[in-house]
Write a protein that binds this ligand. Structure first.
Ligand code: FA5
Length: 354
């Protein structure tokens, strides 16, 4: 038996020294260590060895098994290292500074519209803010005057997370409280008006159609100072729209209910895809709800630390929630909102040069 083990050892070493890839190494391992391999055969033969020699022979087989296992592992590591070196050498021949023949990437149309709007609002003295997509129930609802169990919550079918009190932002108004708190001190101490816009992705459990998606962008805006009125709101909305479209567009302002503004309005734009005759982009109404807005509700200003109960109207302000995705539809003549999220590069890469 000892002789047989020695012979197998020599056979293993010889085979191992000629191996240059992991597949051949695995075959050798199976030859020796699989259920039908040489080691199993040796273990079966152990049964025929006289009892007084069994212990010693058993130990020799185990030692042999251990030795070839170690040699196998060592060879495996060597081969993997070698393969990595080959890959690294190959990578060195890649020069990332060389020009590529692939066409350059393009901006998503929403990014383009968002940047354009940011420039417009920045030129009117607005700060640009970013906000998280996961927010708390307080930020999204309570801070904007929608208490728990209030029926106004039904206006937005929301994705709640299993984490306590968190949800995917259903509207950019979720950042209003943070904005009021961030800029409130400068308003009260230095008289610097709050003027901020904050774009962001919103999520709602919508029945998706040509003008509704479950993931879309809004751009919220707020202005707060002493004596801010509806005229200020209308001026900023009109300026923004004529700048974005580069021409006069037909808008209509009608009353709208949102718990965080009083009074509240719906600002609709006459559908630019059909000229107002009705099409799927505007739900066949000829008008597209684009930018609800209104004068900020006293409760929101109070919760944001701006006014106190003693003088709930010391500061006033307006807020709006522009549908950025719908604006992009109108600006670029996109007929179906789903185009923006379906990842079809042939459609989405057309806008950068415009
Ligand atoms: C709101 O989300 C309010 N937070 C807006 C607001 C802010 C009002 C500040 C007053 C003051 P609404 O649910 O209507 O309101 O959405 C605002 C805009 O987002 C809509 O006019 C529309 O342009 C866009 N929008 C809403 N739902 C979708 C959707 N499912 N797909 C695409 N755009 C949408």
């Amino acid at each position: 038996m000892k002789e047989r083990i020695e012979k197998l050892g020599a056979q293993f070493n010889e085979a191992l020294s000629g191996i240059t890839d992991t597949e051949a190494l695995e075959n050798l391992r199976l030859q020796f260590m699989s259920k039908k391999g040489y080691i199993s055969e040796l273990m079966k033969e152990l049964g025929k060895v006289p009892n007084e020699q069994k212990k010693e022979v058993g130990q020799t087989i185990n030692t042999f098994k251990q030795e070839i296992t170690e040699l196998f592992e060592k060879k495996k590591d060597e081969l993997i290292r070698l393969q990595e070196e080959i890959l690294i050498q190959g990578a060195e021949s890649y020069d990332e500074s060389l020009p590529t023949e692939d066409p350059t990437g393009s901006y998503h149309p929403i990014t383009l519209v968002q940047r354009e709007l940011e420039d417009i609002f920045e030129s009117m003295g607005f700060d640009i803010e970013d906000y998280t997509e996961v927010v708390t129930d307080f930020e999204c609802f309570e801070a904007v005057n929608i208490p728990p169990f209030h029926p106004a919550r039904d206006m937005q079918d929301t994705y709640y997370l299993s984490t306590a009190n968190q949800l995917l932002k259903s509207h950019t108004s979720a950042a209003q409280n943070a904005i009021l708190r961030k800029y409130g001190d400068a308003l009260k101490k230095d008289g610097r008006p709050i003027r901020a816009v904050f774009p962001g992705r919103c999520f709602r459990n919508e029945a998706v159609d040509a003008s509704h998606d479950n993931t879309f962008f809004q751009m919220e805006g707020m202005m707060v100072d002493k004596d801010i009125s509806i005229s200020n709101l209308i001026y900023f909305m009109k300026t923004m729209l004529s700048e974005v479209f580069g021409r006069e567009v037909t808008v209509r302002l009608r009353p709208g209910f949102f718990p965080f503004v009083e009074p509240g309005f719906e600002l609709d734009i006459k559908c630019l895809n059909c000229g107002g005759t009705g099409c799927p982009s505007c739900g066949n109404s000829g008008w597209l709800e684009l930018c609800p807005c209104g004068m900020i509700h006293p409760n929101v200003l109070k919760l944001g630390g701006i006014n106190t109960d003693e003088d709930p109207f010391e500061y006033t302000g307006f807020a709006f929630g522009l549908g950025l995705t719908r604006l992009a539809m109108m600006k670029y003549g996109v007929k179906d909102i789903r185009t923006f999220n379906d990842g079809d590069l042939s459609a989405l890469s057309q806008f950068t040069s415009r």
